[in-house]
Design a protein. Structure first.
Lengths: 336, 254
């Protein structure tokens, strides 16, 4: 239970703090209504893109928080210990395949993985699950099928995304190896964690379910906001023509699509439709987009930074980019 | 027997006492209010149909689902907010909760708006030439801006569209002008979204024979006239250009 803060906050919020916060919010609303910043074209574009990202993603963040809370409250510890008790060579494939059973997007899988690691699953298996779930889950596979239906590359994209996503997730898990959760997870201090939890005696399950759900929603939501703001800023100012000129160069086109997936920060349930619209890029580059996006993007980077220790993100970026680059080329060769 | 009854009575009295000493937890109330604020936003978007300004018709189901989930989560957290030994929340935690509510305030206070001509040059052109139906749509039936945009990204699509040269079209979009756009022309722009505005792509057609100075950038207009596909460029020779209100569904979906 790493989420339970053992000590009191350094400085308690007072009634005055609450009044100031409410005043700031009301002032913001008033300024928006009076000054109409939408008259400035880039401000309007930024706010619309930012709004669309958070409106689309926030329900999935909540779904992830519910799944995370359900694991905490309802999944018995020995079930996870059984997964951890599998032979070493079987743990990572089993963790990746467990992602098939969880229809959650990448935002939601982060707290679930954290919870799994905190509950005793090895960090390598937990991270494998975290990376695999947003790629392998049935909703994502279905959306990929719908997006590419009627195209010659349909099965290359659907099967390729599933298989390559699983392989990349397992390779990252293998790179993490036998590190302990203390070496991988960033501890939540009382101040860095929005600790809604009370260090109280055990409560009814339904109370704990809502408690953990609310806690994880606020914890993840703030990182989503930062990531969505960054993505909206990039999308507001990055000219499309700049991207299109790179599409015709082999290997570089794959790298560009991986970079684009990182910048756009789309939800894995919906990114196949966007990837399918980039026909300037070949199937290999589109597949790289579909595998990389759910594992690394701007909003996830913020989430990872708040969840894992400092060295995790660079390791993840290098491993995912390298294995995806090689993997997509291999899939295209195999698919003819 | 008397002893066991006494123990039961004492336990009951203790639980009654504990229950009566439950007080509101500021952290749980704060978290519940954050969830409630988001629930209000989602209900507002759903009931006012403003979700169309952010999401495509394919993904609009997210809004009622999110509203229901957020409402349930908020109600559940507030219902479980009475605890025996509540802790105060930190000042920083309170500000984080305020930050979480800020986008709700911004979206609610921001007047209804759509992507304008500013984004036209920063968005890729829509293309779905390999999707079944795109070519067929360009070959028969009333042409839409989605058909036109999709057909322009392949030889077969261009040829299918070229066969319809001279046919009357009726398009609605926003007026876009670049630095080199002539006074009697504009680019009719419509954004196509598959999931949300973040993945918006453009469909652009060049409209000629427009009364100079009559229409301003970002005006919503309905253009009628014959269409002339010329390779990558598609021209509409306007016989009628009328300013119209923004459509209820401003973004097109493939």
């Amino acid at each position: 239970m790493i989420d339970v803060a053992p000590s009191r906050p350094a400085r308690d919020a007072t009634a005055r703090t609450v009044v100031v916060i409410v005043a700031v919010l009301l002032l913001t609303a008033g300024v928006l209504r009076i000054l109409e910043p939408g008259r400035v074209a880039w401000v309007q574009a930024f706010l619309i893109v930012f709004g669309s990202l958070v409106v689309q993603a926030m329900p999935f963040v909540l779904l992830g928080a519910v799944a995370s809370a359900a694991i905490e409250v309802f999944v018995p510890m020995n079930a996870l210990e059984r997964l951890g008790g599998l032979p070493g060579w079987l743990q990572l494939p089993a963790a990746a395949m467990a992602g098939v059973a969880f229809p959650i997007c990448e935002c939601g899988s982060v707290p679930v993985a954290r919870r799994l690691a905190a509950r005793g699953l090895s960090p390598s298996a937990a991270v494998t699950f975290m990376l695999a779930a947003p790629v392998l889950n049935p909703v994502v596979i279905a959306s990929t099928f719908v997006a590419y239906r009627g195209r010659p590359s349909l099965w290359t994209m659907v099967v390729g995304r599933f298989a390559l996503g699983m392989v990349v997730a397992m390779i990252v898990g293998w790179v993490i190896g036998g590190r302990s959760k203390e070496e991988v997870l960033r501890p939540r201090s009382d101040e860095s964690n929005v600790a809604l939890l009370e260090p109280a005696p055990p409560e009814a399950r339904w109370r704990r379910l809502f408690l953990h759900t609310g806690n994880d929603f606020v914890f993840m939501g703030r990182y989503l906001l930062v990531g969505a703001a960054a993505a909206a800023m990039v999308q507001t100012f990055l000219p499309a023509s700049f991207v299109s000129t790179l599409a015709g160069t082999p290997i570089l086109d794959i790298a560009v699509m991986m970079g684009l997936a990182t910048v756009l920060s789309l939800c894995s349930e919906s990114d196949a439709f966007v990837a399918a619209s980039f026909v300037q890029f070949g199937p290999a580059a589109q597949l790289a987009f579909l595998v990389t996006g759910p594992m690394i993007d701007l909003k996830l980077a913020a989430l990872y930074a708040g969840t894992f220790r400092r060295g995790f993100l660079p390791m993840l970026v290098v491993t995912v980019f390298a294995t995806t680059l090689v993997g997509t080329m291999w899939v295209m060769v195999a698919a003819g | 027997m008397k002893d066991s009854v006494a123990v039961r009575r004492a336990t009951h009295a203790r639980s009654q006492h504990n229950a009566s000493t439950r007080t509101w937890s500021p952290g749980r109330i704060g978290g519940g209010l954050v969830l409630a604020a988001w629930a209000v936003l989602f209900w507002f978007l759903f009931l006012s149909e403003r979700d169309r300004l952010y999401l495509s018709t394919r993904t609009s189901w997210v809004v009622p689902m999110g509203a229901a989930l957020l409402t349930t989560a908020a109600a559940g957290l507030i219902a479980s907010a009475r605890v025996r030994s509540p802790r105060a929340i930190g000042s920083r935690q309170a500000w984080v909760m305020g930050l979480m509510v800020l986008p709700v305030v911004v979206i609610l206070a921001f007047p209804p708006a759509t992507l304008g001509s500013f984004s036209a040059g920063k968005r890729p052109g829509f293309s779905s030439t390999e999707i079944d139906g795109s070519l067929a749509d360009a070959e028969s039936g009333p042409l839409t801006l989605v058909d036109v945009a999709a057909a322009r990204f392949s030889k077969a699509g261009e040829q299918a569209l070229a066969r319809r040269a001279g046919e009357q079209v009726d398009f609605i979009g926003i007026v876009t002008r670049f630095a080199d756009t002539k006074a009697d022309e504009f680019l009719l722009t419509r954004y196509i979204i598959t999931c949300c505005v973040a993945d918006a792509t453009t469909s652009l057609v060049r409209v000629v024979n427009v009364p100079p100075g009559k229409f301003q950038t970002n005006d919503w207009v309905e253009v009628k006239g014959p269409i002339y596909p010329l390779g990558k460029q598609v021209i509409v020779d306007a016989t009628s250009v009328v300013e119209v209100a923004r459509p209820a569904t401003p973004y097109l979906s493939p």
